[in-house]
Design a protein around this ligand. Structure first.
Ligand code: AMP
Ligand code: MG
Length: 390
């Protein structure tokens, strides 16, 4: 049995970056850049007005003649004299020797002239050429996750395509004779199968939107056969259930039979102890416990960072937060605990019902409180680490 930190290191050590591809920026949300992006232009490309108002050469004078208009999209080729101003609008070209824009609310405007009532300081309301980024400078470093704002910024630079890491193809293999698909009739002894949709949804939080689900009975031969096919086709395989020590748990044997390299089996944690992690030809295999809450916990702790790692993300883990504990928490297990909890701006409360089979608690949790294996008690008021979940 290995420690959580060691397990995380082994996962990280076995993650190979995905191959790369060119992608239209419109489709690039959630992808990660393989290389730095260099700006082909200055942004803004010219000096722009930041307001609707009047452009002029700053001086102590308050009275100016209006000599022309600069609308957004125009390129006004004129030289202002000291007593002249140009009517100008937001985003419009600022004439070359003008240095200041006064907002229209701060002038008394006549037909052909203005009187500046509130004099702005020199340079006010003029967006400088290249103030967001200068031509040939780095827009984004390799490893940057593409967000809506990043897509907008790339478009503003005229960039239409970028190079990203492909997203991994992920399969879920669900094991268990007792499982019935939701929507079907629940016969005696059966339960509804919930891990596949839960894991699919969890995968979406890591940017994986398409996942194929396979199902197999608790049968060694069938499990071996199923895994043989799946291992060939996918970059990440999540197996649900059948990885514990029961007489009908065949997953580990089936994985080893298919030449999956074992990196670890069983972690010193609660919930989620019986988990197998292995790989074959770059494909990662996480055999997650069948108990739903364990399965989801281990998804957040191990699978999520592995996906981020494979898609080239520079920050593979979710950002943890620190909160003040609302009650005493005991840990007499010697294991790392991941406790379903709710946090707010300042505090964190451990929820009732921590059993690994219980999703009712998980469903209302917004974080996992992490209690390290060597901590026997956290007293109320202690600052503790919480992993936010969504
Ligand atoms: P296992 O890890 O296969 O021994 O399963 C542990 C527990 O989780 C058992 O109570 C199973 O019935 C339950 N379980 C396993 N797989 C699923 C699933 N896909 N959906 C809901 N419960 C499951
Ligand atoms: Mg089972």
């Amino acid at each position: 049995m290995i420690k959580v930190e060691e397990a995380l290191q082994r996962v990280e050590a076995n993650c190979i970056k995905m191959p790369t591809k060119q992608i239209a920026i419109r489709k690039a949300l959630g992808y990660v850049l393989t290389n730095k992006v260099i700006s082909p232009i200055d942004m803004p490309p010219f000096r722009q007005s930041a307001m609707d108002g009047y452009a002029f050469i700053h001086s102590i004078k308050h009275q100016y003649d209006i000599v022309s208009t600069s609308q957004a999209g125009d390129h006004l080729n004129l030289k202002l004299k000291a007593n002249e101003a140009v009517r100008i609008f937001t985003g419009a070209f600022v004439p070359d020797n003008a240095d200041t824009v006064v907002m229209q609310e701060h002038v008394i405007a006549n037909k052909d002239s203005i009187l500046i009532a509130v004099m702005p300081s020199k340079g006010t309301n003029v967006r400088l050429k290249g103030e967001q980024i200068a031509k040939d400078n780095v827009v984004f470093e390799a490893g940057t996750l593409i967000t809506p704002a990043a897509i907008g910024f790339l478009a503003s630079l005229g960039i239409t395509e970028i190079e990203v890491y492909k997203k991994p193809k992920v399969a879920i293999l669900v094991t268990g004779n007792e499982l019935v698909k939701p929507g079907e009739k629940l016969k005696k002894g059966k339960i509804y199968e919930s891990n596949s949709v839960m894991l699919q949804a969890a995968l979406e939080t890591a940017g994986i939107n398409k996942t194929k689900v396979y199902r197999v009975k608790d049968d060694l031969k069938a499990t071996k056969k199923s895994l043989k096919e799946i291992l060939k086709k996918y970059d990440i395989v999540l197996v649900s259930g059948g990885i514990s020590v029961g007489d009908y748990d065949f997953v580990k044997e089936a994985l080893l039979h298919n030449d999956v390299n074992e990196h670890f089996y069983k972690i010193n944690q609660k919930p989620g102890k019986p988990m197998f992690f292995g790989s074959k030809n770059g494909t990662l295999v996480f055999a997650l416990p069948g108990n739903p809450a364990s399965s989801l916990t281990n998804f957040y702790i191990y699978v999520y960072p592995a996906i981020r790692n494979r898609i080239g993300h520079s920050e593979i883990h979710r950002t943890k937060i620190v909160r003040t504990l609302n009650s005493d928490v005991k840990n007499d297990t010697g294991k790392t605990l991941f406790l379903k909890a709710r946090y707010d701006e300042t505090n964190v409360t451990v929820l009732e019902g921590q059993s690994s089979s219980m999703l009712n608690t998980f469903a209302v949790a917004n974080g996992l409180l992490i209690v390290p294996e060597d901590v026997e008690v956290y007293e109320k008021g202690t600052l503790v680490t919480v992993l936010p979940i969504d």
